[in-house]
Design a protein around this ligand. Structure first.
Ligand code: PLP
Length: 369
């Protein structure tokens, strides 16, 4: 299979990741719930992953809260910063994992920056919205639909300048672009463990610069006499047993990134995405691409997107069609009615994948003419 759906989850996982999961299932009991060797092995496994994540994202190990996915982290962060009815600014490229929690809180949402691949405009609109006055800000680092890399560092600096607490959704950037809790000064940064960090599904990380408001209550293996959740990190955000085999796999994924270097992976993905975008344009298709672009590209196939994705799947090429859980991004780009076909390259990005996709697209287009 030619897998071009890394925006959904990275696949296949590196063998080190699977091995680490199996090893953890074999050797680890419940971390922080006992002093016997199997519980200690679990605690060590989890702590090593915390340390690795802390090193990668410039924070202390206790600021790393393990979650089930990026969505859970975003919900916790948003619940902490946003009171019901509060004024919140977001960009025009947010995923439903940001938008739905805000709707659930009846937040008064303003959308700033809807132009694709135009960081100057994004910054202008972002500053305007912050200047008008908001209670919190949430923004994605990279659009999951179009691969647009937003100017996250400058957006973070603006939030700090206007004293607006903020959350960054690093779902599509963690593992390929620099993400720093210390440098950005974000209140929270949420990310999945299962995309660019190469861990398994069911893992995620919330980096915390302040105590999160729990969205789940229960045992933590600490302060058991308290009626409420402990008021320290990471325990406050981690009720119940964490996903130890998953975290072991995530830890192995982080090690692969250390070894290969995220800038090398980024260059490979982004270069292939550009090559592919240019070639699709040469087929006469409408392709959304620009200078500030990562390893994801969307295009319109001149036919129904789902039909195109199904035809490609029939030829062994995995892509994703539709709205990609981000109707707002499609509204911004004018593709809400059609959706797009999305290609998202991974760390194995390679010209042969583009060549296979082009063969598949030619075949699809021939079949329709
Ligand atoms: N935010 C963005 C930009 C995403 O692309 C995704 C998933 O595709 C999410 C949030 C949600 O991630 P998860 O599925 O890990 O909850």
């Amino acid at each position: 299979m030619i897998y071009l759906d890394n925006g959904a989850t990275s696949f296949p996982k590196p063998p080190e990741v699977t091995q680490a999961m199996v090893e953890a299932a074999r050797t680890c009991a419940n971390p922080g719930r006992g002093g016997h060797p199997a519980a200690m092995a679990a605690a060590e496994t989890v702590f090593h992953c915390r340390e690795r994540a802390a090193k990668r994202f410039d924070c202390k190990p206790e600021q790393v809260v393990f979650t089930l996915n990026c969505t859970q982290g975003l919900n916790m962060a948003i619940r902490t910063l946003v009171r019901p009815g509060a004024r919140v600014v977001i960009t025009g490229f947010e995923h439903n994992a940001v938008v739905r929690p805000l709707y659930a809180l009846n937040a008064r949402i303003s959308v700033a920056g809807r132009r694709l691949f135009d960081p100057a405009d994004t910054l202008l609109q972002w500053e305007r919205a912050l200047r008008r006055g908001v209670d919190a800000a949430v923004f994605t680092h990279v659009s999951n639909v179009f691969g647009y890399i937003l100017p996250a560092e400058e957006m973070a600096a603006l939030c700090r300048r206007y004293h607006v607490p903020f959350v960054v959704d690093a779902a599509q950037s963690a593992g390929t672009l620099p993400v720093s809790l210390e440098k950005w000064g974000a209140d929270f940064i949420a990310m999945p463990g299962h995309k660019g960090l190469l861990g398994p599904q069911g893992t995620g990380v919330l980096l915390c610069n302040r105590l999160p408001e729990p969205i789940c209550y229960g045992g933590t293996g600490s302060e058991s006499r308290l009626r409420g959740m402990p008021d320290f990190l990471p325990d406050r955000g981690e009720a119940g047993t964490v996903n130890v085999p998953g975290i072991a796999g995530l830890s192995a994924g982080l090690l692969v990134l250390e070894r290969e270097g995220i800038s090398t992976i980024y260059r490979r993905e982004a270069q292939e995405a550009r090559r592919c975008a240019a070639a699709l344009e040469n087929l006469g298709l409408r392709v959304f691409w620009g200078r500030e672009q990562g390893g994801t590209v969307s295009f319109l196939p001149g036919a129904d997107c789902e039909e195109c994705a199904a035809a490609l799947a029939g030829q062994g090429i995995a892509v994703r069609a539709g709205l990609h859980c981000a109707p707002l991004a499609h509204e911004s780009a004018g593709t809400l009615e059609t959706g797009t076909v999305r290609l998202s390259f991974g760390r194995d990005a390679d010209p042969q994948q583009t060549a296979a996709l082009l063969r598949g697209m030619r075949e699809f287009l021939r079949g329709r003419s």
